[in-house]
Design a protein around this ligand. Structure first.
Ligand SMILES: C[S@@+](CC[C@H](N)C(=O)[O-])C[C@H]1O[C@@H](n2cnc3c(N)ncnc32)[C@H](O)[C@@H]1O
Length: 279
C-alpha cells in the first residue's frame, strides 16, 4: 500500500469508528508512521509503506477504533507550539487551554522577573509554556498525583524549561501558598459530578482525578480562591480555565472574595474559557 492509499483507508476506518476529526487525524497518523512533514508527504504520496510502517499503522488503527486517545498512542502532543509527553495518568493538553496562555502572556508582557504559580499542573503545559514565553520569569507548578507529576518533570527537561519546577502537593492544603506570586493560574478538574457526566469516548481513558470537580464542578475554584488569595502580590492576577457555563459562577466566587476587574476571554469556539481577576 502506498502513502496515498494508506491515507484514504485510514480516513475510512476512522470515519467508520465515529471519529469526527478523521481527516485531521489521518494526516497526523501518516506523519507519525512515515516521519514525513506535510510537504514531504505530498512529494512522496506514491511511495510504498514499509512492512514496519504497515504493521505500525494496523496497531494504531486497532487502538483508535477502540477510541483510545491518539495523543496517548503517539505518546506526545503539541501545545502552544511545543511538544509535551503524554500518556495514561495525565490529561492531554487541550487547544482550549491556549486561551489561558494568551490571557497570562498578555498580563506578563510588560513585567519583569515575574513569579508564577501553576496549580493542578498535570503535564505542565501551562507552567512550562509561560516560563518559556517569558524567560525571565520563574514558575512553580503544583500537582497532587505522582503519575501526572512524572510527565511534568519529563516535559520540563524536554522543553529545557530551566525556570520551571514541579512539586507534589494538594491545593486543598495550600501547597505552594507560602510564597507571593505575580500570577496564579490554574486549569483545575471542573467536570460536575451531579447528574449525567458526559465525556467523549477518548476522555474515558483519561484520569478521573484530572476531570471531576465535585458536585457542581466548582469546588477547586472555591478552594483555590480561598487558599491562595493571600499568596498573590497586590494587583497580582488569578486566572482560571473554566468549563462551558462556568464563567458566571466563577466570576461570582472571585467577586465574593474581593477580586476586582474580573474579565473573561473566549476560546476559538466562542466559549468563555478563561476567567481572570486582580487582587
Ligand atoms: C484538568 S487537569 C489540568 C492539567 C494541566 N494543567 C492542563 O491544563 O492540561 C487537572 C490536574 O489537577 C490535578 N489535581 C487533581 N486534584 C488535585 C489537587 N487536590 N491538588 C493538586 N492537583 C490536583 C490532576 O491530577 C490533573 O493533573
Amino acid at each position: 500500500m502506498n502513502i496515498f492509499e494508506a491515507y484514504n483507508s485510514i480516513k475510512k476506518a476512522l470515519e467508520g469508528a465515529g471519529i469526527e476529526d478523521y481527516v485531521f487525524e489521518a494526516k497526523q497518523i501518516i506523519k507519525h508512521i512515515t516521519g514525513f512533514s506535510s510537504t514531504e508527504i505530498l512529494m512522496n504520496y506514491t511511495k510504498e509503506l514499509t512492512e514496519f510502517q504497515s504493521n505500525n499503522l494496523t496497531a494504531i488503527l486497532k487502538q483508535r477504533e477502540l477510541r483510545y486517545p491518539l495523543q496517548y498512542i503517539f505518546g506526545e502532543w503539541s501545545f502552544y507550539g511545543r511538544d509535551f509527553y503524554v500518556g495514561p495518568g495525565v490529561l492531554v493538553p487541550r487547544a482550549d487551554t491556549e486561551t489561558v496562555i494568551e490571557v497570562c502572556t498578555d498580563y506578563l508582557k510588560d513585567k519583569t522577573e515575574s513569579k508564577i504559580l501553576d496549580l493542578c499542573a498535570g503535564s505542565g503545559c501551562i507552567g512550562i509554556t509561560l516560563s518559556k514565553e517569558k524567560e525571565d520569569s520563574v514558575c512553580l507548578m503544583v500537582e497532587k498525583y505522582p503519575e501526572a507529576m512524572r510527565y511534568a518533570e519529563k516535559n520540563i527537561t524536554r522543553n529545557k524549561a530551566e525556570n520551571a519546577k514541579v512539586i507534589s502537593g494538594d491545593i486543598f492544603c495550600g501547597a505552594g501558598a507560602e510564597e507571593k506570586y505575580d500570577l496564579i493560574v490554574s486549569n483545575p478538574p471542573y467536570v460536575a459530578e451531579e447528574g449525567d457526566i458526559e465525556v467523549s469516548p477518548e476522555t474515558k481513558y483519561e484520569p478521573e482525578t484530572a476531570l471531576l470537580g465535585g458536585g457542581d464542578g466548582l469546588k477547586f475554584y472555591r478552594a483555590i480562591t480561598e487558599n491562595y488569595k493571600d499568596s498573590l502580590k497586590e494587583k497580582g492576577m488569578l486566572c482560571f480555565e473554566v468549563g462551558i457555563g462556568q464563567a458566571d459562577p466563577v466570576k461570582e466566587i472571585l467577586n465574593a472574595a474581593g477580586f476586582t476587574d474580573i474579565g473573561t476571554k473566549k476560546d476559538l469556539n466562542g466559549i468563555e474559557r478563561a476567567v481572570y481577576a486582580y487582587k
